[in-house]
Design a protein around this ligand. Structure first.
Ligand code: PHE
Length: 457
């Protein structure tokens, strides 16, 4: 067991804050309610929870073990553990996944920035009368549609958030961000708690909760399971090389299973609280649940909730600030995966590496932002550029990368790697090891493979 002195306590908190900072982001706050809405409500929640508990946590443990044993960037970690073969490609696909995810994620961070700005100036709430909830709903809905479909405004805010990322990444400061997220993540939890408490008192709360919590088993299908697994990987930052990179900084005393369980459970709690906030509000404000595009949910329904509260602007500013910070602690971690890889591989300076990675990203983000407006008719496999980047990474690349990770740790790396990492070289209890070893070697790869293949057919 770890000793209880101050420095170790601080380290443990730091490890959890950093990992949680990467995990808690738009995935649980923006993407999760959208997925629930598009996949039939409670049944999706149920499948998601099962996926996190059965696969999310073991895969997280596998990736963190890989990173702490390999002690390098995502590609280097594979090479340090196993010299020959092409397994390092598993690390490379994590690096690519991180990059492509930023291609659409930054755009949503840009929307968050715009909504924060409009909350600060008050323009988001100007002209809103609360007499008729369905009119309020239409106004916020139309504003969002008009905003994301326009060419320049979303692009400008996306470039601003990329610039913020570049600024922080160039300084190479990770500590500041970790300290900030140490304070802000608990505040985010506090706010979510207040908002969900309020949402429960809304007139449509019961109906909303029924949609969110009561599973309709007829909605469970292969594509839906694939989406739930994709959401599991996305929300826990699996298959992106992030955990491999971060865990290379974990002290050797970190209890990997415990850290993974805490991070996963807290991420699930955030997602559940978001559902408790969003669905009662949709049903209360008369908005038709099926008329809203999932991607716009948070930006339409939350301002509606805020508009009802005294001090709407203050709540709105608080929420979008925290959402922005939660998102930035995620984007910085994914950008770092790519930057540190470039830095090591091409031996470029820090500043050069940041620019090499982030400048082309502006182009990719511009394409996915414009795919709501000018480029709406440009389809890849029937999807807009934004939807394609989201679906291709989440439902294909993340599971593929995670599959490589579990096969590598379960079958290719020496058997001692997983055992030593889980038990801290025998210091921690060994009880969990056989179960985790079994899941990582058999059900996890088999199921990920089945779902991957079924998604392709
Ligand atoms: N878990 C993160 C989230 O939910 C995933 C992520 C990390 C996405 C980094 C983008 C960048 O937001």
């Amino acid at each position: 067991m770890a000793k209880n002195n101050n420095s170790e306590f601080a380290t443990k908190l730091g490890v959890i804050a950093a990992t949680l900072g990467s995990a808690v982001g738009l995935g649980s706050i923006w993407r999760f309610p959208a997925e629930v809405q598009e996949n039939g409500g409670g049944a999706f929640l149920l499948v998601y929870l099962v996926c996190v508990l059965l696969f999310g946590i073991p895969v997280m443990i596998a990736e963190i073990s890989l990173g702490r044993a390999g002690r390098s960037d995502a590609v280097g970690a594979y090479r340090n553990i196993h010299k020959g073969g092409s397994w390092w490609l598993g690390g490379l696909s994590g690096v690519i996944a991180s990059y492509l995810i930023m291609g659409f994620y930054m755009v949503v961070v840009g929307w968050t920035f715009e909504y924060l700005w409009d909350s600060l100036t008050g323009s988001l709430y100007s002209g809103i009368t609360l007499s008729d909830p369905s009119i309020t709903d239409t106004i916020f809905h139309d504003r969002m549609e008009e905003y994301i479909c326009s060419d320049w405004r979303p692009l400008i805010s996306t470039f601003i958030v990329i610039a913020i990322n570049i600024g922080v990444l160039m300084m190479g400061v990770q500590k500041g961000i970790e300290k900030v997220s140490n304070i802000l993540i608990p505040v985010l939890f506090g706010l979510l708690l207040i908002f969900s408490g309020y949402a429960l008192t809304m007139p449509g709360a019961a109906e909303g909760l029924k949609f969110f919590l009561a599973p309709d088993f007829s909605k469970i299908s292969m594509p839906m399971i694939a989406n739930a697994l994709g959401q599991t990987f996305f929300s826990l930052s699996l298959g992106m090389g992030i955990l491999i990179t971060y865990s290379s900084y974990y002290p050797s005393s970190t209890n990997i299973p415990r850290t993974s369980i805490i991070v996963s459970l807290l991420t699930m709690v955030v997602a559940i609280m978001m559902g408790i906030i969003i669905f009662p509000s949709i049903f209360s404000y008369g908005g038709d649940i099926h008329s809203l595009r999932g991607t716009t949910l948070v930006f339409v329904t939350l301002p509606e909730v805020f508009a009802q509260l005294p001090g709407a602007q203050v709540w709105s500013v608080l929420f979008f600030t925290l959402l922005l910070i939660a998102a930035l602690t995620s984007t910085i971690s994914s950008a770092e995966v790519v930057i540190s890889f470039v830095e090591r591989r091409f031996k470029t300076s820090r500043v050069m590496s940041v620019l090499i990675v982030m400048l082309p990203l502006c182009l990719l983000c511009a394409l996915s932002s414009l795919s709501f407006g000018t480029l709406a008719d440009f389809k890849i496999f029937g999807m807009s550029i934004f939807e394609f980047l989201d679906n291709f990474t989440t439902n294909f690349l993340l599971p593929l990368t995670a599959l490589a990770g579990v096969i590598f740790i379960g079958w290719i790396a020496p058997r001692t790697v997983l055992r030593d990492q889980i038990t801290n070289n025998g210091e921690l209890a060994k009880g969990l090891y056989p179960i985790l070893d079994f899941i990582i070697r058999y059900p996890a790869p088999i199921l990920i493979l089945i779902i991957l293949i079924s998604g392709l057919i």
